[in-house]
Design a protein around this ligand. Structure first.
Ligand code: FAD
Length: 390
């Protein structure tokens, strides 16, 4: 058995789709040789305003070489890539320190739903611009009173003579300020789940106001979105009226692929923290034990990730366990930075990557379902414990 050493980097997925056989080495060489647009950085799930232009160019370059929307069917420009290959590409992008696409919204969330539930016109209009990055999308789901309990949302979509009229407010809408289109969940009927419907919303439609929210690290990736008497045509509806909850559930899970890229970043941060502790002469037995424990947890996560990826089912409970434990391990790793930095941790996040991550990394335990909600899901659906009272 190979002995793991500090500084080892994890490499898990190894297979490629048979008809398109780039190997890990091919991907690494391609990403190393690719011309990087000026200002491109690995900004995480959502670009800031300054990232938008280089990220659009980068997405277009990847698309021109067949490396976006890998999981889509071939007839829509994908390569039907198995989860192992998608995971390998995501990992190699993390090693190369570049985004694997502009954001998850178009390629990972909207595209698959339009492919499965959209009309022929939806597919013809929206899929290719998602693949090439010509259209940037955002997700208009959460509301001030509807986050974990998303189905309680109140934004209304009322039928009109020509289509739909939308009134309401969304919040935490990542990237909405720079998006061309939004995928909206709105209420068309009073039934909690069966009264929800999904719509395509051009963000330039009159009546839409986007207000950026400033985060703790000074960046503005989130937005409030106000929808006042927004008129949409009849064909803005995706699927049937009342089918929105089914479509929303179909979107969940895709973001779990990014967990592997978190792992790459975590191993790097751990390595950098150990080096910083050495440099500062603070690596005593107590700190050493905390760091070793976290490092062991990271490797256990890697092996769980490997098993989950090889099984290839993004809806399996293994991914819920991974989401929960990865985000909490990442948080604990960031918190450890305070033990290494001491009072220097009280600094402007712009000046220190550890401090920045300590502040914004916590978002991972909230987005895509909070840790508490993940625990509820695991308790009820995996362990078969009694359902929480509503
Ligand atoms: C970085 C980031 C990006 C995001 N991007 C988007 C986006 O682009 N589009 C979008 O629509 N939304 C987005 N969100 C919103 C995200 O989906 C919600 O924040 C999340 O679902 C939690 O909802 P909430 O913030 O309203 O918290 P709440 O649901 O109000 O929860 C508050 C607290 O109560 C706990 N809690 C709630 N219900 C239960 C329960 N039943 N049992 C136990 N504990 C419970 C929660 O765990 C949490 O600790 C984003 C969030 C983040 C952090």
């Amino acid at each position: 058995m190979r002995r793991l050493r500090q500084g080892d980097e994890p490499e898990i997925a190894t297979t490629s789709p048979a008809a398109a056989p780039p190997t890990r080495d091919d991907l690494r060489a391609f990403l190393r040789a690719a011309p990087k647009p000026e200002g491109l950085r690995n900004y995480g799930p959502t670009p800031t305003a300054a990232d938008v232009e280089p990220a659009r160019q980068w997405h277009a370059y990847l698309a021109a070489h067949g490396y976006t929307c890998l999981h889509w069917p071939r007839e829509f420009g994908g390569i039907d890539a198995p989860v192992t290959f998608q995971a390998m590409f995501a990992e190699e992008c993390a090693y190369a320190d570049v985004p694997r696409q502009f954001s998850i919204f178009g390629p990972d969330l909207v595209g698959p739903v339009l492919i499965k539930y959209g009309s022929d016109e939806h597919k013809a209009t929206y899929l290719e611009p998602i693949r090439t990055g010509a259209h940037i999308w955002c997700q208009l789901f959460s509301e001030p009173e509807a986050g974990s309990d998303l189905a309680s949302l109140r934004t209304r979509a009322n039928p009109t003579a020509t289509g739909w009229r939308i009134d309401g407010q969304k919040v935490w809408s990542s990237g909405a300020a720079d998006a061309d289109l939004g995928i909206l969940l709105a209420r068309t009927d009073s039934d909690k789940h069966h009264g929800l419907s999904m719509f395509v919303v051009p963000m330039s439609t009159p009546g839409i106001t986007v207000r950026p929210l400033r985060q703790i690290d000074g960046e503005s990736k989130f937005n409030e979105v106000f929808l006042d008497a927004v008129e949409l045509p009849a064909d803005a509806l995706v699927g049937r009226p009342g089918q929105g909850w089914e479509l929303a559930l179909a979107m969940l899970g895709r973001e779990r692929l990014t967990l592997g890229t978190h792992a790459v970043a975590m191993f790097r941060r751990h390595h950098a923290l150990v080096a910083a502790a050495h440099e500062r002469g603070v690596l005593d037995a107590v700190l050493g034990r905390s760091m070793t424990r976290l490092w062991a947890r990271m490797w256990l996560l890697r092996y769980t990730w490997q098993r989950a990826v090889e099984r290839g089912d993004l809806t399996s409970p293994e991914f819920s366990v991974l989401k929960l434990v990865t985000s909490e391990t990442d948080r604990d790793l960031s918190d450890l930075a305070t033990d290494v930095l001491g009072v220097e941790a009280c600094t402007d996040p712009e000046d220190d990557e550890f401090v920045r991550h300590m502040l914004v990394g916590r978002a991972q335990t909230i987005l895509g379902g909070t840790s508490e909600i993940q625990r509820n899901i695991l308790a009820e659906r995996v362990l078969g414990l009694p359902k929480e009272p509503h």
